[in-house]
Design a binder for this molecule. Structure first.
Ligand SMILES: [Zn+2]
Length: 237
């Protein structure tokens, strides 16, 4: 067998395997080439990155001004209705593609590292889903993003520190204080969690008003964490 035949045979084998294990981009469905994982280079280059992550007055951090003390607060991407980010979040949350979250987390951690950011976090805590929702989805999408970040930073991710006690009730017909009480009562911290002296990074998928993160983060402060920071996949503006 000459080299050319061997080469075309290996291509055949790869294409044949491709019938069973399609390697295509979860952003645009084009075939992935060697070295690409989950998303193709074109989709990665088109991600609408916020790029303001390390600015003290970035819009995500400002959402918590006067509400809750946060050290760092950043969202990797800008969320727009209809568009690549919405599509990727849909793949992550509803199409059983946890790898989208992991890939975005790893890409984000590398972007931050390129800007000289050294992660000061002791543990990553995903905003919890209610048990029944996590069971039906099979995983927590925020945990997947956290796992991607953690794969670069080598920091533990704990799903058991923050707990969701109830499903969020409808917020309509409630005034602002009642809404806050409503979301605040949703979360708690596991009694076994030891947060003393720790810098916790709270991780969520999309930040809108920040009320969920504030409610969840408030419990982490009460449980004794030393510093709190926030990371999200995307921010709605
Ligand atoms: Zn693509």
């Amino acid at each position: 067998m000459n080299a050319n035949t061997a080469n075309s045979n290996s291509h055949l084998a790869r294409d044949f395997l491709g019938l069973f294990f399609p390697r295509y981009c979860l952003g645009c469905e084009d075939a992935l080439v060697k070295g690409e994982e989950v998303l193709c280079s074109e989709c990665l280059s088109q991600l609408p990155k916020a790029n303001d992550w390390l600015e003290e007055t970035n819009p995500v951090r400002m959402k918590f001004a006067g509400r809750m003390e946060v050290q760092h607060a950043f969202a990797f991407l800008k969320f727009r209705k209809s568009g690549l980010v919405q599509h990727l979040l849909h793949q992550l949350k509803y199409n059983n593609h946890p790898e989208v979250g992991q890939r975005l987390g790893a890409v984000f951690a590398h972007e931050l590292a390129q800007r000289g950011f050294v992660a000061p976090f002791d543990c990553l805590v995903p905003v919890p889903l209610h048990r029944s929702r996590q069971r039906s989805r099979g995983y927590n999408q925020s945990t997947q993003f956290a796992l991607g970040l953690a794969s670069v930073w080598k920091v533990p991710v704990s799903e058991s520190i923050s707990v969701r006690k109830t499903r969020t009730q409808t917020q309509t017909r409630k005034n602002r204080w009642q809404r806050w009480e409503n979301v605040r009562a949703v979360f708690d911290v596991a009694p076994t969690a030891s947060l003393a002296g720790k810098h916790v990074l709270l991780v969520d998928d999309v930040i809108t008003t920040g009320a969920t993160l504030e409610a969840c983060g408030g419990h982490l402060w009460q449980a004794g964490c030393a510093q709190l920071s926030i990371a999200c996949i995307a921010a709605a503006q």
